[in-house]
Design a protein around this ligand. Structure first.
Ligand code: UD1
Length: 346
């Protein structure tokens, strides 16, 4: 019998890249998104890339009764949901500091609602979109999955709380299994240039800030600190091509569904390599033959000097490894930016 992968937040940046990989791997999907920070147009682009129509429902993950109806409908049509991929969440760190209740509501209450509906429907597997942000900032690198949990802002707290809820739920119901994928820094875009990241307003994250400075819609890139004890003084992160991150999701879902996996399993998704802000700017300029004017500013509060992943667990258990280089990420991200200066807007 064919089964359905139910993808919450499927129209977002990570979502659309993952949908492409899921569809290409032959999975049947159903997307739920409220389009509060995404667009149905993104799903149309997924269809354009894969040639497969993307079924979706517009709705809020906190609407438990609606979720129960969706799961029941899938079962009634003999395409029961075998696994949930839970990506729907708010993700702006700064906003989470000023609007914590909103973040706890959408991210934590939203997950509780989803788990309740899954329990009613007998859906036993979930892959959750977590973040390296759950780790307590540390100088001993790389971060393994055993590293202490200790997020430094409400957004990170919501991710850590949901992980704890999943662990407790798996403990209470031995048939239930969960994976938390702890993303490092996803950047770049699908090589077609049809899907990519387009944050509303002024970007918080480095890579979209670089592409918008390069295209001239922002005058200058602020570099937040060159006085860290790193290779060149600027902050170091583990940047990963969003398409590699996407294949990591498919590997995680397949591992859960094809084996009789029980319990809660966290996996880092990164490359295992660190790149500094100045190195990334340089790589972007070299890969694309375009200038990125920048100015050194003070450190951004809450930032750590360095972070990169130990990816051996995902490699050994999920048989997954990131394939793309920093140059690929820069080239594909620039291709998307140039072809879609206003994102998915016409
Ligand atoms: C940030 C979030 C993290 C979230 C992730 C999503 C913080 C403290 N952390 O991670 O919780 O999961 O985004 O991708 O916000 N930088 C500049 N200039 C800029 C922007 C960033 O120099 O305009 C530097 C930062 O100081 C850092 C690096 O670039 O060294 C990466 O920053 P960013 O892309 O915001 O990611 P993180 O801070 O790692």
């Amino acid at each position: 019998m064919q089964t359905t992968i139910f993808v919450t937040g499927g129209a977002g940046y990570i979502g659309v890249h993952t949908l492409v990989c899921l569809l290409e791997a032959g999975h049947r999907i159903l997307v739920l998104d409220d389009f509060s920070n995404s667009s149905p147009q993104a799903l149309a682009r997924v269809e354009e890339i894969t040639g497969i129509k993307v079924p979706f429902v517009q709705g809020d993950v906190r609407d438990t009764e609606m979720l129960k109806r969706l799961f029941a409908d899938c079962a009634a049509h003999e395409v029961p949901v075998s696994c949930v991929l839970h990506l729907a969440a708010l993700k702006a760190v700064g906003e989470s500091v000023s609007l914590p209740l909103k973040y706890y509501d959408v991210n934590v209450t939203g997950t509780l609602s989803l788990l309740e509906a899954m329990r009613t429907a007998g859906v036993k597997r979930i892959v959750f979109s977590s973040s390296a942000t759950v780790y307590r900032p540390e100088t001993t690198l790389p971060y393994t999955e055993q590293h202490a949990i200790g997020p430094s802002n409400p957004y990170g707290q919501t991710k850590a709380m949901v992980e704890q809820i999943l662990q407790d739920f798996c403990h209470a119901d031995r048939d239930f299994s969960a994976i938390a994928l702890r993303y490092f820094n996803p950047i770049g875009a699908h090589h077609s240039g049809r899907i990519g990241d387009h944050p509303a307003g002024i970007p918080n994250n480095l890579f979209p800030y670089i592409t918008r400075t390069a295209i001239g819609s922002l005058p200058v890139l602020p570099v937040f600190g060159t006085d860290y004890s790193t290779v060149d003084g600027s902050g170091v992160r583990d940047y990963i091509h969003v398409s590699d991150l996407a294949t990591g999701h498919v590997k995680a879902i397949d591992w859960l569904c094809d084996n009789d996996i029980q319990g809660f399993h966290p996996f880092n998704l990164g490359t295992g390599r660190g790149t500094s802000v100045l190195e990334l700017i340089d790589a972007f300029e070299t890969a694309n033959g375009v200038a990125v004017p920048y100015e050194v500013r003070a450190r951004r509060s809450g930032d750590s000097a360095e972070a990169w992943a130990d990816v051996s667990a995902a490699n050994l258990v999920l048989n997954w490894r990131a394939q793309h280089t920093i140059e690929d990420m820069c080239r594909d991200g620039w291709n998307w930016q140039q072809k879609n200066p206003s994102g998915y807007e016409k």
